[in-house]
Design a protein around this ligand. Structure first.
Ligand code: PEP
Length: 243
């Protein structure tokens, strides 16, 4: 089986004006000239895709979108299609992030349609799944994640067009992380339900201090990083932990 190259992806969320985004992307691209053992991706807000894409030109840092609509075009005010992301230089689209599932009410069915849209446009879909604190405490974490996978990942997924990000909702932006045993167990459960060779990222309060321990786990193929991706130094320290 081919080796699963690790991926460290930054989700900038709704942060950054053009000057900040350009400076951050330039800093990441400059650091990425150093040898590194993972793929790198940044997902800025849609308004920064062009600026960040220009700043990353010539580097091996890829560009991704944070979400996409399921339709290619039409009367969907405020939305962005997967084709638009591709046209702006993206190679990846995050879909089903917990902030969209929980604050925008997105269902597994919506996430599945967005995954198909990403593929239609030639993008790799990063499908996010993860349980809430209450679900974990009720002993339902694995059942919830399995059900999200079943509903969100189309049956014709391949290792080349699908990445799953396991992001426990209670770990996002809180400074809390699951135990390494819990991460391993959940990633193994996910792996049993996705195509062989597809990568599984861990996301939820990854930072320069905990990255080495998390990224050393065999089951972890990289990280989806929120807050710490907004500082090039921290993002790079996480990427550097892929050894
Ligand atoms: C995220 O939003 O995908 C995320 C993992 O955020 P943070 O790293 O800030 O917890």
């Amino acid at each position: 089986m081919t080796e699963r190259k690790r991926l460290v992806a930054g989700n900038w969320k709704m942060n950054g004006l053009r000057a900040d985004g350009r400076a951050l992307a330039r800093d990441v691209a400059a650091r990425a000239r150093e040898p590194h053992r993972c793929e790198l991706l940044v997902c800025p807000p849609a308004t920064l895709l062009e600026t960040v894409g220009e700043a990353l030109a010539g580097s091996d840092v890829a560009l991704g979108g944070q979400d996409c609509h399921s339709e290619p075009k039409g009367a969907f005010t405020g939305c962005i299609s997967a084709e638009m992301l591709r046209d702006a230089g993206c190679m990846y689209a995050i879909v089903g992030h917990s902030e969209r599932r929980h604050t925008c009410g997105e269902t597994d069915r919506d996430v599945r349609a967005k995954t198909l849209a990403a593929w239609r446009a030639g993008l790799v879909a990063i499908v996010c799944v993860g349980e809430t604190r209450a679900e974990r405490e009720a002993g339902r974490a694995e059942t919830v994640v399995e059900s999200q996978l079943l509903g969100s990942v189309p049956e014709n997924a391949t290792a080349g067009d699908l990445i799953v990000a396991y992001e426990p909702v209670w770990a996002i932006g809180t400074g809390l992380t699951p135990t390494m045993a819990d991460v391993t167990e959940m990633h193994a459960a996910i792996r049993a339900r996705i195509p062989a060779g597809a990568r599984i990222l861990y996301g939820g309060s990854v930072n320069p201090k905990n990255a080495a321990e998390i990224l050393a786990l065999n089951e972890v193929d990289g990280a989806l990083v929120g807050g710490a991706s907004l500082k090039a130094e921290d993002f790079w320290a996480i990427a550097y932990a892929c050894r």
